[in-house]
Design a protein around this ligand. Structure first.
Ligand code: NAI
Length: 332
């Protein structure tokens, strides 16, 4: 199981690489960045876990060497937000970075499972897919937008409202839609640990808002030094770990993730019907399997208020997706 991190020397990349090094299911770890990746790799290589670690820089075909034989590629490369910025403000710079990295994956490791962390995820996932289409290697089951941090935040904040932080690892809340502001839709009515019936509407609204804009809390607290890195690394390693377990044959693993809805066989069409919109991508609970996406679940039973939130997410989501697709013009 060769895992590759593209952007491995960054704020997310370093702790994410550490957590992947600590995962015994990973047998080989390749770290690529435009700076510092060999140093990070040597540092991690002293940790007594099975995987071999190597670092690569752009010269001498570094990207190609890093990607050769890759099973799972995680992409946290690109600039993070500063206070006052939206994720869409990052598009200008990150779109080109993700396109170029995706080109490397499409040509060197077209069968790899690609996990996109770089923002804006709602646009960068379509960029990866369009690059893959251009190279004739697109498989909607193998490309994932990592929305796990929204899920992790929902677990944490719900456990706080329940007054018991120790519950947080077992609290599970499906978060659907996309990965930016109003496109982040927590389905709190489906929380594994129900919220108290006495919870005031204003407190529920505040909780939803906190899950949607939790990233802003971190951006503000870091005061210009970036956005979530450590919690993102934790979330990214969680999701990568689930993909690896599923690819290794474990059944029944379900996680929300932003995926392409092209494949009827995996449930994409049914979800589109449920949404009443012909969206190309959506984040939904996805059952993972040996080939990646095994089944995209629907929204399930949602409340009228949650339906309003889903409706509110669709226009921004749709615009973000179109922007990503348009960035990589596919010759028809
Ligand atoms: P950072 O600036 O600390 O690290 C980014 C790394 O990418 C740097 O080491 C940089 O050298 C590298 N890089 C830049 N261009 C590259 C290229 N062409 N090839 C390879 N590496 C390249 O940023 P940070 O905080 O690690 O954030 C990375 C991205 O993750 C940002 O776009 C951020 O918005 C996003 N993010 C996503 C989250 C999610 O939930 N999906 C949560 C938090 C951040």
């Amino acid at each position: 199981m060769k895992a590759v991190v593209l952007g491995a020397a960054g704020g997310i990349g370093q702790p994410l690489s550490l957590l992947l090094k600590a995962n015994p299911a990973v047998t080989e770890l390749a770290l690529y960045d435009i700076v510092n990746s060999p140093g990070v790799a040597v540092d991690l290589s002293h940790i007594a876990t099975p995987s071999k670690v190597e670092g690569f820089l752009p010269p001498d075909d570094g990207l190609k060497k890093a990607l050769t034989g890759a099973n799972v590629v995680v992409i946290p490369a690109g600039i993070p937000r500063k206070p006052g910025m939206t994720r869409d403000d990052l598009f200008k710079i990150n779109a080109g970075i993700v396109r170029d990295l995706a080109t490397g994956i499409a040509t060197t490791a077209p069968k790899a499972f690609v996990l996109v962390i770089s923002n804006p995820v709602n646009s960068t996932v379509p960029i990866v897919a369009e690059v893959f289409k251009k190279h004739g290697v697109f498989d909607p089951k193998r490309i994932f937008g990592v929305t796990t941090l929204d899920v992790v935040r929902a677990s944490t904040f719900v456990s706080e409202i329940l007054g018991n932080r120790s519950l947080s690892p077992s609290v599970s809340v499906p978060v659907v839609g996309g990965h930016s502001g109003v496109t982040i839709v927590p389905l709190l009515s489906q929380s594994s640990h129900p919220l108290p019936a006495s919870l005031e509407t204003s407190a529920l609204d505040a909780l939803i808002n906190r899950i949607q804009f939790g990233g802003d809390e971190v951006v503000k607290a870091k005061d210009g030094a970036g956005s979530a890195t450590l919690s993102m690394a934790y979330a990214g390693a969680e999701f990568a770990g689930k993909v690896i377990r599923a690819v290794n044959g474990e059944k029944g693993i379900v996680a929300p993730t932003f995926v392409n809805l092209a494949s009827d066989k995996t449930g994409g069409d049914a979800l589109k019907k449920e949404l009443g919109k012909d969206l190309e991508y959506f984040s939904a609970p996805v059952e993972l399997g040996v080939d990646g996406v095994a089944k995209i679940h629907g929204l399930g039973k949602i409340t009228p208020a949650e339906k309003v939130l889903v409706e509110a997410a669709l226009p921004e989501l749709s615009a973000n997706i179109e922007k990503g697709v348009a960035f990589v013009e596919v010759p028809k």
